[in-house]
Design a protein around this ligand. Structure first.
Ligand code: NAD
Length: 332
């Protein structure tokens, strides 16, 4: 009898060479493949019983064309690219990798804040090009930074990642305020964080960091109105999903000085087009969606996907079902 076929998308496979084959070959045939919306689904993809996916769009069209599919294992925690309802209707499990990646995203978030507060990108460029030049050949003096110490960080979405950001920001001596659809009383106690409404958060923060999932409710949560409420000295950090922020409004805010700057790991369109106005802006620090991109975290994510796929192929309920499926499949 032939083994079930497991498709690994390049985003997951390239990070962990050989790992999926080693860990799954006793029960499955692993192959590397992908599909694109609007394009013919390759024949080998149609035979998959499990998929370990990066950000490919999983919709009705895909599910209809892959009839033996048992599980979509998202290589990441956000699953806005997966039509969970359509999967549930077909009895297909959807899993993700919550928790194990939170510290990596939190570290990047703090990194972006430090890049902005201490102008590290400019500093690096200055040290390589101008610093040692005779005074008369140097440009203006290197601009001074600001302290994180004593500043207020407003966290939008105090979930797993938001919490880890808050822990690290506290260590820097920052005051934490947060907005979330759910009040987090335990976190308020451990972090000394204060719950506020979104308007209060926008008006009172020196740094704002977004950590909500992309849902119909959070799409463009931060638009022109919200950006105009921010302080002109404040910085916006987004490591959640690009469409949570109205990118056009953000560009205007950055250009016209409604806010001081932004640190962005995620964008409405990825890869970020080279002709995006963000590319030329000096008050912006950009990262190419690398929130979880560390050796340790990508491996832990892969191992979690493997555990979920093994369970599904062996007729068990995978341990990391997305919240919408937990009750349906009888998991607490
Ligand atoms: P989580 O579910 O633990 O936390 C999300 C928080 O947002 C929760 O506290 C929730 O109550 C809150 N929330 C949901 N809808 C809201 C709304 N409408 N308004 C206000 N608050 C709302 O998720 P997490 O593990 O912390 O991950 C958060 C997101 O980060 C993911 O969904 C993903 O999109 C993004 N992410 C990005 C990267 C990256 O590489 N940049 C990596 C991992 C995760």
């Amino acid at each position: 009898m032939s083994k079930p076929k497991v498709m690994i998308s390049p985003g997951a496979g390239m990070d962990n060479p050989g790992l999926f084959e080693r860990e799954l070959s006793d029960i499955a045939d692993v192959f590397f493949g992908t599909f694109k919306s609007g394009e013919e689904i390759p024949p080998e993809v149609k035979g998959a019983e499990a998929m370990i996916l990066s950000l490919e769009l999983v919709n009705e069209r895909l599910l209809t064309n892959v009839p033996r599919l048992k599980i979509i294992a998202r290589y990441g925690v956000g699953y806005d690219n997966v039509d969970v309802e359509a999967c549930t209707r077909r009895g297909i499990y959807v899993t993700h990798t919550p928790g194990i990646l939170s510290h990596a995203v939190a570290e990047l978030t703090i990194g972006l804040m430090l890049c902005l507060s201490r102008r590290l990108i400019h500093a690096d460029r200055y040290a390589r090009t101008e610093w040692a030049l005779p005074k008369e050949n140097r440009g203006a003096r290197f601009p001074m930074g600001i302290d994180l110490y004593g500043k207020t960080l407003g966290i939008i979405g105090l979930g797993r990642i938001g919490y880890e950001v808050a822990v690290r920001a506290r260590a820097f001596g920052m005051k934490i305020i947060y907005y979330d659809v759910e009040r987090k009383v335990d976190a308020e106690k451990t972090l000394g964080a204060q719950y506020v409404d979104l308007k209060t958060l926008l008006e009172n923060s020196d740094f704002i960091s977004i950590h909500v999932p992309l849902t119909p409710q959070t799409r463009r949560l931060i638009g022109e109105k919200e950006l105009r409420l921010m302080r002109p000295t404040a910085y916006l950090i987004n490591t959640s999903r690009g469409p949570v922020v109205d990118e056009e409004a953000l560009c205007r805010a950055l250009k016209e000085g409604w806010i001081a700057g932004a640190g962005l790991d995620v964008f409405v369109k990825e890869p970020l087009p080279l002709d995006s106005p963000l590319v030329k802006m000096e008050n912006v620090v950009l990262a190419p969606h690398i929130g979880t991109y560390t050796i340790e975290t990508r491996r832990a994510m892969a191992m979690m996907c493997i555990e979920n796929v093994r369970a599904a192929l062996m007729g068990k309920i995978p341990p990391n079902l997305v919240p919408e499926q937990r009750e349906i499949f009888g998991v607490k």
